[in-house]
Design a protein around this ligand. Structure first.
Ligand code: AMP
Ligand code: ZN
Length: 486
């Protein structure tokens, strides 16, 4: 089966054939580090990571770059508002971004280039564009001349004539055409600046991504990703800059994710309807959040609300508890027709999962395939207390593997759960001891002795002293034995 990708360039599904056999080179637009990322941003990053993981699963060697925008208008504005330097802001919020993506089990990009560390390369690209006649300088600003780039608009469908009409209201007498955009901006009072042939200034946002993408991935690479707001002007302008310079196709496949919405509206900082990843993780686990984010196809909107999150939680719980049921089945040596059936359902689920992901990364269908396996596991466990050992292993590993491609680690959840159980058990023991203390205070010796004896039976020793009551486990192993009762 061939993998198909919906290419925004041309707006249709195409067979995916990488530039170099067996290798995929990806650039995904990363965050602007002026604030914490919200779960709308997280959707873009989770989608990119899931695509990356699936390509790796398919055997491609993936080289994944995602930048950090640490200089732009938003960074400057926030720095002025907070009194923090651009550099301090960048450090604080890129650390927070790495923390958030790690929590969501998003693999670290192979390189996370920062715009401020690539200024000389950007200046060089701008210089070459000027030399080739694609850019012009006015009072320390440098603009890209869109009329010189014939293909302008090929990604977004926004043609220059229409843009010029639309942009008439914007009065910038420095531009030759209203649709031209800044490659370099002269430094204004109170702003940071770097030396350049055009005086002190800073790069425009679009040139940052073109330059860093070409530096790490070459003039032509396979996939460029981002949220759909980036199609225009950001990606259109990236193409113009890069292709004007090289005369070659910049990115071969363009993938754009739809919005994460709140009551039907795009989640965004400017609308104020956002919830940061950090806040979201106070009300649900990172696995639930990630599972929610991939429960819709990346080209469909997904609405964030209590019900949709609860549904994701319940669905993930169904998968996890089926896996726990499977783990709980006693192992035996021989395989029956029941196991054969289970295996064939689970193998079928794997191929349905792959078919769904091959069809433009259709995660909801892929998850439905996992549910077929879950159903088969549950109906097996309804009828059997035992399972042939190799079948058990294959079934477990298949579901674990498929969930892993979606970036959800089943074992992590089990460990967390174990930790939670231990805490609950400790609290329960303290509660029982408090009740016994109260009985002793009321001189209810019969009840308090009985509690002590029963605790002893399950391996807990109680020591009464004038300072209070302490409990101890006879042996550490006893804790494991004990926790199995819960
Ligand atoms: P920014 O830091 O604003 O440049 O955004 C980082 C990424 O998040 C970009 O790919 C955006 O397109 C994407 N993004 C922002 N808001 C949303 C949203 N509500 N839903 C999905 N993606 C979004
Ligand atoms: Zn970008």
């Amino acid at each position: 089966m061939v993998l198909k990708i919906f290419n925004t360039m041309g707006m249709k599904k195409e067979d995916f054939i990488p530039l170099r056999e067996g290798e995929v080179r990806i650039y995904a637009c990363g965050p602007t580090v002026y604030d914490f990322i919200h779960i709308g941003n997280a959707r873009a990053f989770v989608v990119a990571d899931t695509i990356r993981r699936y390509l790796e699963h398919r055997g491609f060697k993936v080289f994944f770059i995602s930048n950090i925008t640490d200089i732009d208008d938003k960074m400057i504005k926030r720095s002025q508002e907070t009194g923090l330097s651009i550099q301090q802001l960048g450090e604080i919020f890129s650390d927070a971004y790495f923390e958030d993506i790690a929590a969501l089990n998003i693999k670290k990009p192979d390189v996370s280039p920062r715009a401020t560390q690539h200024i000389p390369e950007m200046i060089e690209v701008i210089r070459k564009l000027m030399e080739a006649g694609y850019a012009y300088q006015v009072d320390g600003d440098v603009y890209f001349d869109v009329s010189r780039f014939e293909d302008y608009g090929k990604l977004s469908g926004n043609k220059t004539e229409a843009l010029e009409m639309g942009a008439r209201i914007e009065v910038n007498p420095k531009k030759r055409n209203p649709a031209d955009f800044a490659l370099w901006k002269a430094r204004k009072e109170g702003e940071p600046g770097w030396h350049s042939p055009w005086g002190e200034g800073r790069p425009g946002w679009h040139i940052e991504c073109s330059t860093m993408a070409m530096k790490y991935l070459g003039e032509t690479f396979d996939i460029h990703m981002g949220g759909k707001d980036l199609i225009f002007p950001h990606h259109e302008n990236e193409i113009a800059q890069a292709e004007a310079l090289t005369g070659k196709t910049f990115a071969r496949y363009w993938i754009h994710n739809e919005w994460l919405t709140v009551e039907g509206q795009k989640m965004s900082k400017s609308l104020g309807n956002f919830i940061t990843v950090k806040d979201a993780l106070k009300i649900c686990s990172p696995q639930v959040l990630r599972f929610f984010l991939i429960s819709a196809h990346y080209r469909s909107p997904i609405d964030f609300n209590r019900e949709s999150l609860k549904l994701a939680e319940a669905n993930l719980e169904r998968i996890n508890s089926a896996m726990e049921r499977l783990q709980g089945l006693r192992e035996r040596a021989n395989r029956t027709s029941e196991e054969e059936n289970l295996l064939s359902e689970v193998r079928d689920a794997r191929s349905k999962f792959e078919e769904a992901m091959d069809d433009d990364f259709n995660t909801p269908l892929a998850i439905a395939a996992i549910f077929n396996a879950v159903k088969a596991i549950n109906s097996y466990a309804d009828k059997n207390a035992e399972i042939e050992a190799l079948t058990k292993r294959e079934v477990y590993e298949t579901v674990k593997d498929l969930m892993g491609i979606l970036g959800i680690n089943i074992e992590t959840r089990r460990e967390e759960y174990a930790e939670e159980k231990t805490t609950i058990i400790n609290e329960l023991i303290n509660l029982i001891i408090d009740v016994r203390q109260e009985m002793r205070r009321r001189k209810e010796w019969k009840i308090s002795d009985e509690i002590r004896e029963r605790l002893q039976k399950i391996g807990l020793t109680i020591e009464d002293s004038p300072q209070g009551t302490r409990w101890k486990l006879k042996k550490i192993q006893d804790l494991n034995k004990f926790s199995k009762h819960f």
